[in-house]
Design a protein around this ligand. Structure first.
Ligand code: HAM
Length: 422
């Protein structure tokens, strides 16, 4: 027996129905905010991903050489590809340029529930805007997307990398030590952070204060800690404006300031945010995003960029855990020819109904009325049409309501008008 490769999945018709439902719903919200969809290739030149992060990222991605000896990688995310596309072809577009995408991503992660080697992201990039209202809109967009798909329990955390950098400067920590501390901070491993800070001769008072500020939702306390740094104070004042718009205009007040949000990817600067679904446990992060810099690195004219990506698979898992009722695949009408003679007419009627947008199936196995009705039931068919030669002589068919079992003789023309009006 062959099996799917480790960390990948097959999707049944039921699962695909759920996924397409969520995708369509998300698309509607993206579009309602004036975003337009784009698509980029599944693989890119490897360098696109190493140029910012260095070769260390290669351990985490699927890289390979093609027959021409080109070094390529299956995309681990879509921000770098979208910015590559922008620099190549879209720089002249009016700003802000709002682009969204759905795409499969590949990471050489250790698979577990909610963590796969092939997974789907729904994301967007906003190019050419960095006002507080543009950032508030970006955060509101991801929040609204997750709300609109039906999630009830999500938490939004907002941080800022310029402010955390200023906090590091204040306690005189930089370089390798900072690099070592960031992942620990991201995972809220504050005891380890404290130990390292003390080893680096940060006073106990400053180390405790630094860790407290990383966790406090109190903007005044943060402001007090970085008060000597004018640019960080300005950043904080912009953050306040973002929060003001979120709360007062977008009516989203379910957020937390969290300076310990540092994000794993190397291109972020300034605003960062994450949305979690606590029901998911260990792999609870549904969405990550923020402001970042890649355009100049890719040879383009510098302009502000920000975006986010939602883990599509985790969104489905969270909805399932919250017992969300998804639509299931169904057939509107199941047509059963009672013998070979009426097959042609059955197909003709099916074609007419399909033209009206009615999901119509014709029995293809000649298994008799009883068994066909059973099959129609298993396909969640709402109606069945049984076509026999005698009824056909009167331009009529038997129309059966699958829920009640009621049957009546109906003129074919009436069936068409029934579905036209419903
Ligand atoms: P990211 O946080 O690496 O950000 O990924 C975004 C989301 O993808 C995560 O929050 C998570 O839900 C989902 N995800 C990540 N890895 C896996 C995995 N192995 N299995 C299942 N789901 C996963 C980015 O990728 C950035 N490009 C987001 C962005 C766009 N920033 C600016 N613009």
């Amino acid at each position: 027996m062959y099996q799917v490769p480790r960390g990948t999945r097959d999707f049944t018709p039921n699962e695909m129905k759920k996924r397409r439902y969520v995708e369509e719903n998300m698309k509607k919200t993206f579009i309602s905010f004036g975003y337009n969809e784009i698509q980029t290739p599944t693989f890119e030149n490897l360098e696109l991903f190493t140029v910012k992060s260095g070769d260390s990222i290669i351990g985490e991605i699927y890289d390979f050489s093609d027959k021409g000896g080109r070094k390529l990688a299956l995309r681990p995310e879509l921000t770098a590809p979208v910015i590559r596309f922008y620099v190549e072809k879209l720089q002249m577009e009016p700003k802000p340029l709002k682009l969204f995408y759905f795409g499969n991503c590949f990471r050489y992660d250790r698979p577990q529930k909610g963590r796969y080697r092939e997974f789907q992201q729904a994301g967007c990039e906003m190019i050419g805007a960095d006002t507080p209202e543009s950032y508030a809109e970006l955060i509101a967009l991801t929040y609204n997307i997750l709300e609109n798909v039906g999630l009830k329990n999500i938490t939004l955390n907002i941080g800022n990398l310029n402010i955390i950098n200023s906090m590091f400067s204040k306690i005189k920590i930089s370089g390798e030590v900072k690099k070592e501390l960031l992942p620990l901070i991201d995972k809220s491993q504050f005891e380890e952070v404290y130990t390292i800070l003390c080893k680096e001769n940060v006073s106990e008072k400053n180390a405790s204060m630094f860790i407290e500020i990383l966790q406090t939702p109190d903007i005044n306390k943060i402001s007090d800690f970085i008060k000597e740094d004018a640019s960080a104070i300005e950043e904080l004042s912009n953050l306040k404006k973002i929060l003001h718009h979120l709360k007062n205009s977008f009516k989203i007040s379910n957020y937390q300031i969290k300076m310990s949000i540092v994000r794993g990817l190397d291109y972020y600067k300034g605003l960062v945010f994450e949305i979690d679904a606590p029901v998911l446990g260990a792999e609870k992060q549904l969405c990550g995003g923020g402001a970042y810099e890649l355009i100049s690195l890719f040879g383009g004219r510098d302009t502000p960029t920000a975006g986010f990506a939602i883990g599509f698979d985790r969104t489905i898992l969270a909805l399932e855990t919250e017992q969300f009722v998804f639509p299931v695949p169904k057939t509107d009408v199941y047509i059963i020819p009672v013998n070979e003679e009426t097959i042609g007419k059955s197909i003709e009627l099916a074609q007419q109904l399909r033209k009206e947008g009615v999901i119509t199936e014709v029995d293809l196995l000649r298994r008799g009325v009883g068994k066909s009705l059973k099959h129609a039931n298993s396909k969640n068919s709402e109606k069945a049409i049984i076509i026999g030669p005698k009824e056909l002589e009167k331009d009529s068919v038997t129309f059966r309501d699958m829920k009640t079992g009621n049957q009546q003789l109906i003129k074919i023309a009436k069936i068409l008008s029934y579905f036209k009006s419903s």
